[in-house]
Design a protein around this ligand. Sequence first.
Ligand code: NAD
Length: 497
Amino acid sequence: MAYARPGQADSLVRFAPRYENFIGGKWVPPVQGEYLDDVSPVDGRVFTRVARSSEADVDLAVTAARDAFPAWSATSPGERANVLLRVADRVESALERLAVAESWENGKPIREALGADLPLAIDHFRYFASAIRAQEGSISQVERDLVAYHFREPLGVVAQIIPWNFPLLLTAWKLAPALAAGNCVVLKPAEQTPASVLLFVELVADLLPDGVVNVVNGYGPEAGRALAVHPGIAKIAFTGETSTGQLIMRYAAENILPVTLELGGKSPNIFLPDVFAADDEFAAKAVEGFVMFALNQGEVCTCPSRALVHESIWDEFMDRAVRRTGELVLGDPLDPATQVGAQASAEQLAKILSYLELGREEGAEVLVGGGRRTVPGLEDGYYVEPTIFSGDNRMRIFQEEIFGPVVSATRFSDVDEAVRIANDTQYGLGAGVWSRDGNTAHRLARSVEAGRVWVNCYHAYPAHAAFGGYKRSGFGREGHVSTLGHYQQTKSVVVSY
Ligand code: NAD
Protein backbone atom coordinates (compact mmCIF):
# COMPACT_ATOMS: atom_id res chain seq x y z
CA MET A 1 0.00 0.00 0.00
CA ALA A 2 1.26 3.42 -0.91
CA TYR A 3 2.08 5.91 1.83
CA ALA A 4 -0.44 8.73 2.08
CA ARG A 5 0.61 11.86 0.23
CA PRO A 6 1.64 14.93 2.19
CA GLY A 7 -1.50 17.02 2.49
CA GLN A 8 -3.74 13.96 2.94
CA ALA A 9 -5.16 13.56 6.44
CA ASP A 10 -3.30 10.36 7.30
CA SER A 11 0.09 11.38 5.87
CA LEU A 12 3.20 11.17 8.06
CA VAL A 13 4.27 14.53 6.65
CA ARG A 14 2.69 17.91 6.99
CA PHE A 15 4.62 20.55 5.10
CA ALA A 16 4.15 24.12 6.27
CA PRO A 17 2.64 26.43 3.63
CA ARG A 18 6.00 28.17 3.50
CA TYR A 19 9.49 28.00 4.98
CA GLU A 20 11.92 30.68 6.01
CA ASN A 21 15.67 30.46 6.40
CA PHE A 22 17.19 28.81 9.46
CA ILE A 23 19.71 31.27 10.88
CA GLY A 24 21.24 31.43 14.35
CA GLY A 25 18.83 28.79 15.64
CA LYS A 26 15.72 30.68 14.48
CA TRP A 27 13.43 30.80 11.46
CA VAL A 28 14.14 34.10 9.76
CA PRO A 29 12.05 35.52 6.89
CA PRO A 30 13.92 36.56 3.75
CA VAL A 31 14.96 40.21 3.86
CA GLN A 32 13.27 40.99 0.52
CA GLY A 33 10.16 39.02 1.50
CA GLU A 34 10.26 36.78 -1.58
CA TYR A 35 9.52 33.06 -1.74
CA LEU A 36 9.96 30.44 -4.44
CA ASP A 37 7.67 27.53 -5.32
CA ASP A 38 8.55 23.98 -4.35
CA VAL A 39 6.95 21.57 -6.83
CA SER A 40 6.48 17.84 -6.26
CA PRO A 41 7.60 15.90 -9.34
CA VAL A 42 5.20 13.15 -8.29
CA ASP A 43 2.18 15.16 -9.42
CA GLY A 44 3.73 18.35 -10.84
CA ARG A 45 2.05 20.61 -8.24
CA VAL A 46 3.37 23.26 -5.86
CA PHE A 47 3.22 21.91 -2.29
CA THR A 48 5.06 24.59 -0.33
CA ARG A 49 7.06 27.79 -0.78
CA VAL A 50 10.54 28.53 0.44
CA ALA A 51 12.52 31.69 1.14
CA ARG A 52 14.25 33.16 -1.90
CA SER A 53 17.41 34.52 -0.34
CA SER A 54 19.55 37.42 -1.38
CA GLU A 55 22.99 38.65 -0.33
CA ALA A 56 21.50 40.19 2.80
CA ASP A 57 20.13 36.83 4.00
CA VAL A 58 23.40 35.08 3.28
CA ASP A 59 25.19 37.76 5.25
CA LEU A 60 22.94 37.15 8.25
CA ALA A 61 23.65 33.42 8.07
CA VAL A 62 27.42 33.81 7.77
CA THR A 63 27.42 36.27 10.66
CA ALA A 64 25.43 33.86 12.84
CA ALA A 65 27.83 31.05 11.97
CA ARG A 66 30.85 33.20 12.73
CA ASP A 67 29.36 34.16 16.09
CA ALA A 68 28.84 30.50 16.95
CA PHE A 69 32.31 29.39 15.83
CA PRO A 70 34.47 30.29 18.89
CA ALA A 71 32.36 28.23 21.29
CA TRP A 72 31.72 25.32 18.93
CA SER A 73 35.33 25.01 17.84
CA ALA A 74 36.38 24.99 21.50
CA THR A 75 34.28 21.91 22.30
CA SER A 76 36.12 18.61 22.61
CA PRO A 77 35.92 15.96 19.90
CA GLY A 78 33.98 13.83 22.38
CA GLU A 79 31.37 16.55 22.91
CA ARG A 80 30.91 17.06 19.19
CA ALA A 81 30.75 13.31 18.64
CA ASN A 82 27.93 13.09 21.18
CA VAL A 83 25.98 15.77 19.33
CA LEU A 84 26.38 13.88 16.05
CA LEU A 85 25.25 10.65 17.69
CA ARG A 86 22.15 12.36 19.02
CA VAL A 87 21.44 13.77 15.54
CA ALA A 88 21.73 10.25 14.11
CA ASP A 89 19.33 8.86 16.72
CA ARG A 90 16.84 11.63 16.10
CA VAL A 91 16.90 11.05 12.35
CA GLU A 92 16.48 7.32 12.92
CA SER A 93 13.42 7.94 15.07
CA ALA A 94 11.85 9.97 12.23
CA LEU A 95 13.13 7.83 9.37
CA GLU A 96 9.78 7.06 7.75
CA ARG A 97 8.58 10.65 7.95
CA LEU A 98 11.76 12.02 6.36
CA ALA A 99 11.65 9.30 3.71
CA VAL A 100 8.11 10.26 2.71
CA ALA A 101 9.10 13.94 2.59
CA GLU A 102 12.12 13.25 0.41
CA SER A 103 10.25 10.90 -1.88
CA TRP A 104 7.50 13.48 -2.35
CA GLU A 105 9.88 16.32 -3.02
CA ASN A 106 12.46 14.53 -5.16
CA GLY A 107 10.36 11.80 -6.79
CA LYS A 108 12.58 8.92 -5.68
CA PRO A 109 10.95 5.59 -4.76
CA ILE A 110 10.13 5.41 -1.07
CA ARG A 111 11.87 2.01 -0.91
CA GLU A 112 15.18 3.72 -1.79
CA ALA A 113 14.69 6.56 0.68
CA LEU A 114 13.82 4.07 3.43
CA GLY A 115 16.35 1.42 2.53
CA ALA A 116 19.35 3.46 1.42
CA ASP A 117 19.29 7.28 1.63
CA LEU A 118 18.21 7.63 5.25
CA PRO A 119 20.15 4.67 6.73
CA LEU A 120 23.30 5.89 4.94
CA ALA A 121 22.74 9.44 6.18
CA ILE A 122 22.37 8.18 9.74
CA ASP A 123 25.49 6.06 9.41
CA HIS A 124 27.52 9.03 8.19
CA PHE A 125 26.76 10.96 11.37
CA ARG A 126 27.76 7.92 13.45
CA TYR A 127 30.86 7.24 11.41
CA PHE A 128 32.23 10.78 11.75
CA ALA A 129 31.35 10.83 15.45
CA SER A 130 33.74 7.88 15.80
CA ALA A 131 36.30 9.18 13.34
CA ILE A 132 36.84 12.49 15.11
CA ARG A 133 37.40 10.76 18.45
CA ALA A 134 39.90 8.37 16.92
CA GLN A 135 41.85 11.07 15.07
CA GLU A 136 45.35 11.50 16.44
CA GLY A 137 48.01 14.12 15.87
CA SER A 138 51.71 13.57 15.27
CA ILE A 139 55.00 14.59 16.81
CA SER A 140 58.24 14.85 14.85
CA GLN A 141 61.61 14.88 16.49
CA VAL A 142 63.41 17.49 14.36
CA GLU A 143 66.73 17.71 16.21
CA ARG A 144 67.89 16.25 19.45
CA ASP A 145 66.39 19.23 21.28
CA LEU A 146 63.76 20.35 18.80
CA VAL A 147 60.33 18.81 18.30
CA ALA A 148 57.38 19.73 16.13
CA TYR A 149 53.88 18.71 17.02
CA HIS A 150 50.72 19.22 15.06
CA PHE A 151 47.21 20.35 15.74
CA ARG A 152 44.31 19.87 13.37
CA GLU A 153 42.17 22.94 13.70
CA PRO A 154 38.78 23.64 12.11
CA LEU A 155 38.65 26.11 9.25
CA GLY A 156 35.85 28.38 10.43
CA VAL A 157 32.55 28.85 8.61
CA VAL A 158 32.10 26.42 5.77
CA ALA A 159 29.76 27.07 2.83
CA GLN A 160 28.09 23.87 1.65
CA ILE A 161 26.08 23.85 -1.56
CA ILE A 162 24.22 20.71 -2.58
CA PRO A 163 22.11 19.45 -5.52
CA TRP A 164 18.62 17.97 -5.62
CA ASN A 165 19.24 14.28 -6.27
CA PHE A 166 20.00 13.16 -2.67
CA PRO A 167 18.93 16.09 -0.47
CA LEU A 168 19.15 14.33 2.90
CA LEU A 169 22.03 12.00 2.19
CA LEU A 170 24.19 14.80 0.80
CA THR A 171 23.25 17.00 3.76
CA ALA A 172 24.62 14.27 6.02
CA TRP A 173 27.73 13.74 3.83
CA LYS A 174 28.48 17.43 4.09
CA LEU A 175 27.47 18.24 7.66
CA ALA A 176 28.89 15.23 9.49
CA PRO A 177 32.63 15.72 8.78
CA ALA A 178 32.41 19.52 8.90
CA LEU A 179 30.74 19.57 12.31
CA ALA A 180 32.88 16.75 13.69
CA ALA A 181 35.97 18.79 12.83
CA GLY A 182 34.57 21.81 14.72
CA ASN A 183 33.38 24.05 11.87
CA CYS A 184 30.14 25.98 11.64
CA VAL A 185 28.12 25.62 8.46
CA VAL A 186 25.94 27.63 6.12
CA LEU A 187 24.16 25.13 3.91
CA LYS A 188 22.35 25.96 0.71
CA PRO A 189 20.04 23.19 -0.50
CA ALA A 190 19.04 23.00 -4.14
CA GLU A 191 16.09 25.22 -5.03
CA GLN A 192 14.25 22.10 -6.30
CA THR A 193 14.48 20.20 -2.99
CA PRO A 194 14.83 22.47 0.03
CA ALA A 195 11.85 21.29 2.09
CA SER A 196 13.13 17.85 3.12
CA VAL A 197 16.38 19.47 4.30
CA LEU A 198 14.34 22.02 6.26
CA LEU A 199 12.33 19.23 7.91
CA PHE A 200 15.63 17.63 8.91
CA VAL A 201 16.89 20.91 10.39
CA GLU A 202 13.63 21.43 12.25
CA LEU A 203 13.97 17.91 13.65
CA VAL A 204 17.50 18.32 15.02
CA ALA A 205 17.57 22.07 15.77
CA ASP A 206 17.46 21.69 19.56
CA LEU A 207 20.48 19.34 19.51
CA LEU A 208 22.82 21.96 18.03
CA PRO A 209 23.98 25.23 19.57
CA ASP A 210 22.44 28.22 17.77
CA GLY A 211 24.34 29.24 14.66
CA VAL A 212 26.35 26.03 14.26
CA VAL A 213 24.18 24.98 11.32
CA ASN A 214 22.37 27.59 9.21
CA VAL A 215 20.33 27.03 6.08
CA VAL A 216 19.74 29.65 3.40
CA ASN A 217 17.40 28.77 0.56
CA GLY A 218 17.22 30.15 -2.89
CA TYR A 219 18.51 30.05 -6.42
CA GLY A 220 22.08 29.14 -7.26
CA PRO A 221 23.15 32.32 -9.06
CA GLU A 222 21.60 34.42 -6.25
CA ALA A 223 21.88 32.78 -2.83
CA GLY A 224 24.50 30.22 -3.91
CA ARG A 225 26.78 32.77 -5.49
CA ALA A 226 26.35 35.23 -2.60
CA LEU A 227 27.42 32.49 -0.22
CA ALA A 228 30.39 31.34 -2.29
CA VAL A 229 31.84 34.86 -2.60
CA HIS A 230 31.14 35.94 0.99
CA PRO A 231 34.37 37.08 2.65
CA GLY A 232 33.32 35.52 5.97
CA ILE A 233 33.56 31.91 4.84
CA ALA A 234 36.65 29.73 5.05
CA LYS A 235 35.85 26.97 2.55
CA ILE A 236 33.36 25.92 -0.12
CA ALA A 237 32.21 22.32 -0.31
CA PHE A 238 30.17 21.92 -3.47
CA THR A 239 28.26 19.09 -5.11
CA GLY A 240 26.63 19.68 -8.46
CA GLU A 241 27.28 20.03 -12.14
CA THR A 242 30.76 20.33 -13.55
CA SER A 243 29.92 23.69 -15.16
CA THR A 244 28.77 25.08 -11.80
CA GLY A 245 31.91 23.66 -10.23
CA GLN A 246 33.96 25.80 -12.61
CA LEU A 247 32.12 28.90 -11.38
CA ILE A 248 32.66 27.84 -7.77
CA MET A 249 36.41 27.66 -8.36
CA ARG A 250 36.33 31.20 -9.76
CA TYR A 251 34.37 32.47 -6.78
CA ALA A 252 36.77 30.73 -4.41
CA ALA A 253 39.70 32.45 -6.08
CA GLU A 254 38.38 35.82 -4.92
CA ASN A 255 39.04 35.00 -1.28
CA ILE A 256 41.76 32.31 -1.77
CA LEU A 257 39.54 29.59 -0.37
CA PRO A 258 39.95 25.83 -0.41
CA VAL A 259 37.21 24.01 -2.31
CA THR A 260 36.09 20.46 -2.64
CA LEU A 261 34.07 19.62 -5.71
CA GLU A 262 31.88 16.58 -6.24
CA LEU A 263 30.76 16.95 -9.85
CA GLY A 264 29.25 15.02 -12.72
CA GLY A 265 30.03 11.62 -14.15
CA LYS A 266 29.55 9.23 -17.04
CA SER A 267 30.50 6.02 -15.33
CA PRO A 268 31.41 2.88 -17.25
CA ASN A 269 30.08 -0.49 -16.09
CA ILE A 270 32.26 -3.21 -17.65
CA PHE A 271 31.08 -6.79 -18.13
CA LEU A 272 33.79 -9.32 -18.97
CA PRO A 273 33.06 -12.52 -20.92
CA ASP A 274 33.36 -14.82 -17.91
CA VAL A 275 30.45 -13.03 -16.22
CA PHE A 276 27.84 -14.75 -18.18
CA ALA A 277 26.59 -18.29 -18.01
CA ALA A 278 22.90 -18.73 -18.50
CA ASP A 279 20.84 -19.44 -15.39
CA ASP A 280 23.54 -18.91 -12.90
CA GLU A 281 23.54 -16.74 -9.83
CA PHE A 282 26.58 -14.64 -10.74
CA ALA A 283 25.18 -13.82 -14.17
CA ALA A 284 21.89 -12.78 -12.58
CA LYS A 285 23.80 -10.53 -10.17
CA ALA A 286 25.66 -8.94 -13.07
CA VAL A 287 22.41 -8.25 -14.92
CA GLU A 288 21.06 -6.59 -11.76
CA GLY A 289 24.27 -4.54 -11.69
CA PHE A 290 23.59 -3.39 -15.24
CA VAL A 291 20.01 -2.42 -14.39
CA MET A 292 21.27 -0.13 -11.64
CA PHE A 293 21.38 2.65 -14.22
CA ALA A 294 17.74 3.21 -13.28
CA LEU A 295 18.37 3.61 -9.54
CA ASN A 296 17.08 6.98 -8.35
CA GLN A 297 15.74 7.39 -11.94
CA GLY A 298 19.36 7.63 -13.09
CA GLU A 299 19.76 10.89 -11.19
CA VAL A 300 22.94 9.73 -9.55
CA CYS A 301 26.35 11.23 -10.22
CA THR A 302 27.78 7.70 -10.42
CA CYS A 303 24.93 6.36 -12.55
CA PRO A 304 26.41 3.47 -14.57
CA SER A 305 25.31 5.30 -17.67
CA ARG A 306 27.76 3.61 -20.04
CA ALA A 307 27.68 -0.18 -20.24
CA LEU A 308 30.64 -1.96 -21.86
CA VAL A 309 29.72 -5.55 -22.63
CA HIS A 310 32.12 -8.09 -24.12
CA GLU A 311 31.16 -8.98 -27.69
CA SER A 312 31.09 -12.72 -26.97
CA ILE A 313 28.27 -12.34 -24.43
CA TRP A 314 26.57 -9.28 -25.93
CA ASP A 315 23.47 -10.97 -27.40
CA GLU A 316 22.56 -13.12 -24.46
CA PHE A 317 23.54 -10.59 -21.80
CA MET A 318 21.67 -7.75 -23.47
CA ASP A 319 18.58 -9.92 -23.95
CA ARG A 320 18.49 -10.47 -20.21
CA ALA A 321 19.27 -6.83 -19.45
CA VAL A 322 16.49 -5.61 -21.75
CA ARG A 323 14.02 -8.03 -20.17
CA ARG A 324 14.93 -6.99 -16.61
CA THR A 325 14.77 -3.32 -17.54
CA GLY A 326 11.31 -3.81 -19.02
CA GLU A 327 10.19 -5.46 -15.78
CA LEU A 328 11.16 -2.52 -13.54
CA VAL A 329 8.08 -1.20 -11.78
CA LEU A 330 7.61 2.48 -12.62
CA GLY A 331 4.98 4.46 -10.78
CA ASP A 332 3.91 6.34 -7.68
CA PRO A 333 7.11 6.94 -5.68
CA LEU A 334 5.19 6.56 -2.40
CA ASP A 335 4.21 2.99 -3.27
CA PRO A 336 6.79 0.58 -1.75
CA ALA A 337 6.49 -1.63 -4.85
CA THR A 338 7.75 1.16 -7.10
CA GLN A 339 11.33 0.81 -8.35
CA VAL A 340 11.45 3.81 -10.68
CA GLY A 341 9.82 7.04 -9.57
CA ALA A 342 9.57 10.55 -11.00
CA GLN A 343 12.38 12.69 -12.41
CA ALA A 344 13.09 15.51 -9.99
CA SER A 345 11.88 18.50 -12.01
CA ALA A 346 10.20 19.60 -15.22
CA GLU A 347 13.58 20.91 -16.47
CA GLN A 348 15.21 17.56 -15.81
CA LEU A 349 12.38 15.76 -17.59
CA ALA A 350 12.78 18.02 -20.63
CA LYS A 351 16.55 17.48 -20.63
CA ILE A 352 16.22 13.69 -20.55
CA LEU A 353 13.59 13.67 -23.30
CA SER A 354 15.86 15.81 -25.47
CA TYR A 355 18.66 13.24 -25.04
CA LEU A 356 16.28 10.42 -25.97
CA GLU A 357 15.67 12.29 -29.20
CA LEU A 358 19.35 13.07 -29.70
CA GLY A 359 20.32 9.41 -29.28
CA ARG A 360 17.97 8.44 -32.11
CA GLU A 361 19.28 11.29 -34.27
CA GLU A 362 22.83 10.10 -33.69
CA GLY A 363 21.87 6.66 -34.94
CA ALA A 364 21.83 4.80 -31.63
CA GLU A 365 19.33 1.95 -31.39
CA VAL A 366 16.70 1.96 -28.63
CA LEU A 367 16.63 -1.56 -27.16
CA VAL A 368 13.94 -0.80 -24.58
CA GLY A 369 12.08 2.25 -23.30
CA GLY A 370 12.73 5.52 -25.08
CA GLY A 371 9.95 7.86 -23.99
CA ARG A 372 7.91 9.58 -21.36
CA ARG A 373 5.47 7.49 -19.32
CA THR A 374 2.12 8.57 -17.94
CA VAL A 375 1.23 7.20 -14.53
CA PRO A 376 -2.54 6.90 -13.98
CA GLY A 377 -3.69 9.43 -11.39
CA LEU A 378 -0.37 11.28 -11.64
CA GLU A 379 -0.68 12.49 -15.22
CA ASP A 380 1.23 15.72 -14.57
CA GLY A 381 4.19 13.97 -12.89
CA TYR A 382 7.59 13.62 -14.54
CA TYR A 383 8.07 9.96 -15.49
CA VAL A 384 10.49 8.47 -18.03
CA GLU A 385 10.82 4.87 -19.16
CA PRO A 386 14.14 3.24 -18.29
CA THR A 387 15.94 3.20 -21.61
CA ILE A 388 18.82 1.25 -23.12
CA PHE A 389 20.59 2.64 -26.16
CA SER A 390 23.07 0.62 -28.16
CA GLY A 391 25.67 2.72 -29.94
CA ASP A 392 29.19 4.07 -30.09
CA ASN A 393 31.22 5.68 -27.31
CA ARG A 394 31.90 8.82 -29.36
CA MET A 395 28.19 9.64 -29.53
CA ARG A 396 27.01 12.48 -27.32
CA ILE A 397 24.70 10.13 -25.40
CA PHE A 398 27.90 8.31 -24.31
CA GLN A 399 29.83 11.47 -23.52
CA GLU A 400 27.36 13.85 -21.85
CA GLU A 401 25.70 13.44 -18.50
CA ILE A 402 21.99 12.81 -19.13
CA PHE A 403 21.10 12.28 -15.48
CA GLY A 404 18.10 10.12 -16.24
CA PRO A 405 17.23 6.39 -16.42
CA VAL A 406 19.21 5.99 -19.62
CA VAL A 407 22.18 3.72 -20.31
CA SER A 408 24.26 3.79 -23.47
CA ALA A 409 25.69 0.34 -24.17
CA THR A 410 28.50 -0.70 -26.46
CA ARG A 411 30.66 -3.78 -27.01
CA PHE A 412 34.39 -4.37 -26.68
CA SER A 413 36.65 -7.18 -27.84
CA ASP A 414 39.45 -7.31 -25.23
CA VAL A 415 40.42 -5.84 -21.88
CA ASP A 416 42.66 -3.16 -23.39
CA GLU A 417 39.82 -1.93 -25.53
CA ALA A 418 37.52 -1.89 -22.51
CA VAL A 419 40.01 0.31 -20.65
CA ARG A 420 40.38 2.61 -23.62
CA ILE A 421 36.61 3.09 -23.98
CA ALA A 422 36.11 3.41 -20.23
CA ASN A 423 38.69 6.20 -20.02
CA ASP A 424 37.51 7.96 -23.16
CA THR A 425 35.49 10.52 -21.21
CA GLN A 426 36.06 13.86 -19.50
CA TYR A 427 34.71 12.38 -16.26
CA GLY A 428 36.22 10.03 -13.69
CA LEU A 429 33.76 9.45 -10.88
CA GLY A 430 32.57 5.84 -10.71
CA ALA A 431 33.11 2.59 -12.57
CA GLY A 432 31.97 -1.01 -12.31
CA VAL A 433 33.95 -4.11 -13.20
CA TRP A 434 32.30 -7.52 -13.40
CA SER A 435 34.38 -10.69 -13.67
CA ARG A 436 34.80 -13.99 -11.87
CA ASP A 437 38.54 -13.73 -12.37
CA GLY A 438 40.02 -11.75 -9.49
CA ASN A 439 43.25 -10.87 -11.31
CA THR A 440 41.56 -9.41 -14.36
CA ALA A 441 39.06 -7.55 -12.23
CA HIS A 442 41.85 -6.12 -10.09
CA ARG A 443 43.91 -5.07 -13.12
CA LEU A 444 40.92 -3.38 -14.69
CA ALA A 445 40.01 -1.65 -11.44
CA ARG A 446 43.50 -0.15 -11.32
CA SER A 447 43.42 0.91 -14.99
CA VAL A 448 40.13 2.76 -15.01
CA GLU A 449 40.43 6.47 -14.29
CA ALA A 450 37.80 6.85 -11.60
CA GLY A 451 37.77 7.72 -7.93
CA ARG A 452 35.46 4.84 -7.05
CA VAL A 453 35.53 1.43 -8.72
CA TRP A 454 33.10 -1.29 -7.70
CA VAL A 455 34.05 -4.88 -8.42
CA ASN A 456 31.15 -7.30 -8.79
CA CYS A 457 28.78 -4.83 -7.18
CA TYR A 458 27.60 -1.28 -7.82
CA HIS A 459 26.10 1.66 -5.94
CA ALA A 460 27.41 0.71 -2.49
CA TYR A 461 28.31 3.81 -0.45
CA PRO A 462 29.70 2.79 2.92
CA ALA A 463 30.83 5.70 5.08
CA HIS A 464 34.19 3.92 5.44
CA ALA A 465 35.17 4.22 1.76
CA ALA A 466 36.51 7.46 0.26
CA PHE A 467 34.27 8.81 -2.47
CA GLY A 468 35.17 11.42 -5.09
CA GLY A 469 36.24 12.13 -8.61
CA TYR A 470 39.14 12.07 -11.02
CA LYS A 471 39.35 14.43 -13.99
CA ARG A 472 36.35 16.75 -14.47
CA SER A 473 34.35 14.89 -11.82
CA GLY A 474 36.03 17.06 -9.21
CA PHE A 475 38.46 16.69 -6.36
CA GLY A 476 38.40 16.05 -2.67
CA ARG A 477 36.77 13.07 -1.02
CA GLU A 478 33.67 12.40 1.02
CA GLY A 479 33.06 9.53 3.38
CA HIS A 480 36.16 7.95 4.95
CA VAL A 481 38.20 9.40 7.78
CA SER A 482 40.43 11.30 5.32
CA THR A 483 37.50 13.67 4.63
CA LEU A 484 38.12 15.24 8.02
CA GLY A 485 41.29 16.68 6.51
CA HIS A 486 39.20 18.70 4.03
CA TYR A 487 37.61 20.49 6.97
CA GLN A 488 40.76 21.10 8.98
CA GLN A 489 43.97 23.08 8.77
CA THR A 490 47.20 21.96 10.33
CA LYS A 491 49.15 24.00 12.82
CA SER A 492 52.63 22.88 13.69
CA VAL A 493 54.22 24.03 16.92
CA VAL A 494 58.01 23.78 16.88
CA VAL A 495 59.54 23.66 20.34
CA SER A 496 63.14 23.91 21.42
CA TYR A 497 63.91 22.46 24.82
P1 NAD B 1 23.78 22.37 -10.15
O1 NAD B 1 25.23 22.58 -10.31
O2 NAD B 1 22.85 23.02 -11.10
O3 NAD B 1 23.30 22.86 -8.71
C1 NAD B 1 23.88 22.37 -7.53
C2 NAD B 1 23.77 23.41 -6.46
O4 NAD B 1 24.52 24.55 -6.86
C3 NAD B 1 22.34 23.91 -6.21
O5 NAD B 1 22.17 24.17 -4.84
C4 NAD B 1 22.31 25.21 -7.00
O6 NAD B 1 21.38 26.14 -6.49
C5 NAD B 1 23.72 25.71 -6.79
N1 NAD B 1 24.19 26.65 -7.82
C6 NAD B 1 23.83 26.72 -9.11
N2 NAD B 1 24.46 27.76 -9.71
C7 NAD B 1 25.23 28.33 -8.78
C8 NAD B 1 26.12 29.44 -8.78
N3 NAD B 1 26.31 30.17 -9.88
N4 NAD B 1 26.76 29.74 -7.63
C9 NAD B 1 26.59 29.02 -6.52
N5 NAD B 1 25.74 27.96 -6.45
C10 NAD B 1 25.07 27.62 -7.57
O7 NAD B 1 23.57 20.80 -10.10
P2 NAD B 1 22.18 20.01 -10.02
O8 NAD B 1 21.54 20.05 -11.36
O9 NAD B 1 21.41 20.48 -8.83
O10 NAD B 1 22.67 18.55 -9.66
C11 NAD B 1 23.01 17.61 -10.60
C12 NAD B 1 24.51 17.51 -10.75
O11 NAD B 1 25.11 17.19 -9.49
C13 NAD B 1 24.93 16.42 -11.69
O12 NAD B 1 25.93 16.90 -12.54
C14 NAD B 1 25.50 15.34 -10.77
O13 NAD B 1 26.42 14.49 -11.37
C15 NAD B 1 26.09 16.16 -9.69
N6 NAD B 1 26.26 15.37 -8.47
C16 NAD B 1 27.52 14.98 -8.10
C17 NAD B 1 27.71 14.19 -6.97
C18 NAD B 1 29.08 13.74 -6.58
O14 NAD B 1 29.24 13.32 -5.45
N7 NAD B 1 30.08 13.83 -7.45
C19 NAD B 1 26.62 13.81 -6.20
C20 NAD B 1 25.35 14.22 -6.59
C21 NAD B 1 25.18 15.01 -7.73
